[in-house]
Design a binder for this molecule. Structure first.
Ligand code: HEC
Length: 138
């Protein structure tokens, strides 16, 4: 009888553990596919990232930057390419793409800031998610 209870407890623990793992993996996959392949709408959390890293912007500016990306950049290639961006890489990419897209200086600034903030925010979120996952694994 004692043996049986112990076994049952062990099995239910195993099941709930693997469910939890799959759920976390599933959420991460959803999160990744939602953020990597398109231009995510800016949120308060993006604005927080911008402030913490010294980028002067507003939610309205970030929103305008996103709209400009969709309008000005997607014509030539899909936003799939945006996976390549990071706060360090975007300035150089934008130097050449700004010419391709014939941006005004104002449009250039809005798009740059949006892309830098979104890519940096995404990188931070992924790092945090990884750290959380590492903590959970015994
Ligand atoms: C007139 C067409 C055109 C427009 C508009 C355009 N691009 Fe491009 N883009 C290209 C071409 C062609 C390449 C491939 C050549 C290259 O890598 O330089 C490219 C490459 C890229 C790459 C990959 C760079 C790399 O290092 O591999 C990124 C990222 C990118 N574009 C982002 C943007 C963004 C952001 C905008 C809007 C501001 C934009 N593009 C607008 C034509 C365009």
């Amino acid at each position: 009888m004692i043996m049986k209870n112990w076994k049952r407890a062990c099995i239910s623990r195993l099941i709930s553990k693997s469910l939890l793992k799959n759920k976390a993996g599933f959420c991460l996959a959803l999160f990744l596919s939602a953020c990597m392949n398109n231009a995510p709408p800016p949120t308060a959390s993006h604005l927080q990232y911008a402030e913490a890293h010294g980028y002067k912007t507003t939610l309205a500016d970030l929103q305008e930057g996103r709209e400009l990306v969709l309008r000005k950049c997607e014509g030539c290639h899909s936003l799939y390419r945006f996976k390549k961006g990071s706060p360090e890489k975007w300035p150089a990419i934008m130097d050449s793409m700004s010419i391709q897209a014939k941006l005004t200086p104002r449009q250039d600034t809005l798009i740059r800031t949006y892309l830098i903030v979104v890519s940096g925010h995404l990188r931070d979120s992924l790092t945090a998610a990884k750290a959380m996952k590492a903590q959970k694994t015994p």
